[in-house]
Ligand binder design. Structure first.
Ligand code: NVA
Length: 294
């Protein structure tokens, strides 16, 4: 949400130069990234830790339950402390408003490593991955199927629309509608529609993207969600409604047999491991992008 199209493209340019071994921006010596996480993480945590190690800096992982936040220290006080010791913060939190508090009070760059409302670093890695297969996002139709009210749907529609892609949100919108704030914002940049019909929504899609039906923090409604979303599973039949050569994406972790079948995620059209690999590259590029601006 905070990045312009040019800034997103700059991050991709940095990623390309890292890949070619020609990147000129250096990380400040001994730079430290604080990873403040309230929710579990595999890829995001690991990719940021590895990114910092490979760039010559260091990451310090703090699971909130093991900090004084657990005993009532406020997010503002925590942010001030992190800002006085570290160079960057990546935070994974429940409440989106908490990351805004951290950004407003830490005095250092803050990366959203997922909140209940957004997962922007993933969507940057996704857009970069799509660009490895299509020259321009303006030529691409992306269908996001399943929980179209999720953090992943919000960030994907914003990032993809900003880069000019057409976005179709396909899910039971009467019960779980897309977030109107993100939808309206995405619509300022590109065509974004929502559908309950899989056949209509997936028609001509170049990319079919899905995510879990039960995001972190929604465990109490797991059964209801699995029942309601089950018809939106990314399986061979539903995939057949998309373009004949449509590619399959998933931010992971996948729940095989729920939102996606093993056949599809391990099938020839799946680029999920490429997406996962690109998170490391893009997270490095994000850190260097923020270094360039300091
Ligand atoms: N929507 C998922 C994304 C996991 C990376 C969640 O929030 O749990």
């Amino acid at each position: 949400m905070d990045l312009s199209r040019d800034q997103i493209n700059r991050i991709f340019e940095i990623a390309e130069s890292i890949k070619s071994g020609k990147e000129k921006i250096a990380l400040k010596e001994h730079a430290v990234l604080a990873l403040l996480f309230e929710k579990p993480s595999t890829r995001t945590r690991l990719s940021f830790e590895v990114a910092m190690a490979q760039l010559g800096g260091q990451a310090v992982y703090m699971y909130s339950e093991t900090t004084q936040m657990e005993r009532g220290e406020t997010i503002v006080d925590t942010a001030k402390l992190l800002g006085s010791y570290c160079d960057f913060i990546a935070a994974r939190l429940y409440n989106h408003s908490d990351i805004i508090e951290i950004a407003n009070n830490s005095g250092i760059p803050v990366i959203n490593a997922l909140t209940d409302l957004e997962h922007p670093t993933q969507s940057l890695a996704d857009a970069y991955t799509i660009l490895q297969h299509f020259n321009n996002l303006r030529d691409v139709k992306i269908a996001f199927m399943g929980d179209i009210a999720s953090n992943m749907a919000n960030s994907l529609m914003i990032t993809a629309a900003k880069l000019g892609a057409e976005v179709a949100l396909v899910g039971p919108y009467e019960k779980y509608p897309p977030n109107s704030f993100y939808l309206n914002h995405a619509r300022e940049y590109s065509k974004v529609y929502y559908y309950s019909s899989i056949e209509e929504g997936l028609a001509d899609a170049d990319i079919v993207y899905t995510d879990t039906f039960v995001s972190m923090g929604q465990e109490h409604e797991a059964e209801k969600r699995r029942n309601l979303f089950s018809q939106y599973q990314l399986n061979e039949k539903n995939l057949s409604y998309a373009s004949h050569d449509a590619l399959v994406m998933h931010c992971l972790p996948a729940h095989r047999g729920e939102e996606i079948t093993t056949q599809v995620i391990d099938g020839p059209r799946s680029i999920v491991w490429e997406q996962a690999r690109n998170s490391l590259l893009i997270n490095k590029a994000i850190i260097l992008f923020l270094s360039e601006r300091r």
